[in-house]
Design a binder for this molecule. Sequence first.
Ligand code: ADP
Ligand code: MG
Length: 372
Amino acid sequence: MLLPGATLGVLGGGQLGRMFCVAARTMGYRIVVLDPDPRSPAGRIADQHIQADYTDPAALKTMADSCDAITTEFENVPADSLRYLASFRPVHPSADNVEIAQNRVREKNFAQSAGLQAAPFHPINSTDDLPVAAETVGFPGILKTSTLGYDGKGQAVVENLQQLQQAYEQMQGVACVLEKKLPLKQEISVLLARNEDGEIDCYPPAENEHRNGILHQSIVPARVSPAIIKQAQQKAIDLAHQMDYTGVLAVEFFITEDKQLVFNEMAPRPHNSGHYTKDAAVTSQFEQQVRVMCGLKPGDCRLISPVVMINLLGDLWHPDWSQLFNEPNIKLHLYGKDEARPGRKMGHYNVLSEKLDDAIQTAAKVFQKLSK
Ligand code: ADP
Ligand code: MG
């Protein structure tokens, strides 16, 4: 068990790493961040910022030497770097688990083996695979790169074989997967924390709305039936146990028009749709990350207020913050990024109200004012 005073390392210095650092420091831990960017959001608030590439052996060794345990803020850190670190220090989540989440084909296969239902899919490794993929999956479909996709990047909706061929050409030969495009009623995500002893706690699902492939808002509790909530939580828990997962895990689900719960993807880390936990849950997802990597019990995932989280992207910079601060029940979180670019996540705000509908309305009203 690692207690306050210990030093925790995180690979990646983006906003997730930064919020992890804040939680860890609040709890009395020292923090080391590895990130090549000299101005990374987490690096600038860490006790130590190792400014180097994620594959730099000397930097990794320095990190191992200075940390008691290590975690990651993103799934695209090279698994071999995690393996190397794990030869010196506890690393959570494990390289094996991160590797599953890095690849859409691997994660769908794994989820199915754990009893979750995925949309029909077929891997594509060359143009030869296109006709059989079209045949097995059908149209409309979504062609996705198997790795490195985020915020809807590396995806194309295709209506027929010709469009599929064109879209695949544009992916420039990288491994892809064709997925059936499902008629969606809603999207939800389930977040949980599990420690090495298999102790687990699960948050209530968030209902997520995307705009242009990027999360716009999360509404909690999700406006879905109790049966769906229970089923989604159980499936996420099954998945975590099956992976023997240690860490914070996010699982995204579709709810189809005919009310089927379908696995979409997972993230082996805190998730954008879990930012509401910073203000509206007993334990934030970042505190959970600290707790479980330190071998502590997961904290209470209970929701203490209905909440709506709205993402603030670089498209609307600089907003008139006074509009936001006029509302006494809004909590602003900014990530300390110098440069605002369209689609770049700059921060978020959480609206807490006794009634969920009030939170939804206030969130939308303020977003509109900020967008002017
Ligand atoms: P990312 O890694 O960018 O989050 P996702 O696979 O989660 O990629 O896709 C982004 C969004 O695109 C989803 O949240 C959903 O709105 C839509 N989408 C993705 N796959 C499907 C699908 N099979 N059917 C319908 N909509 C989908
Ligand atoms: Mg997603």
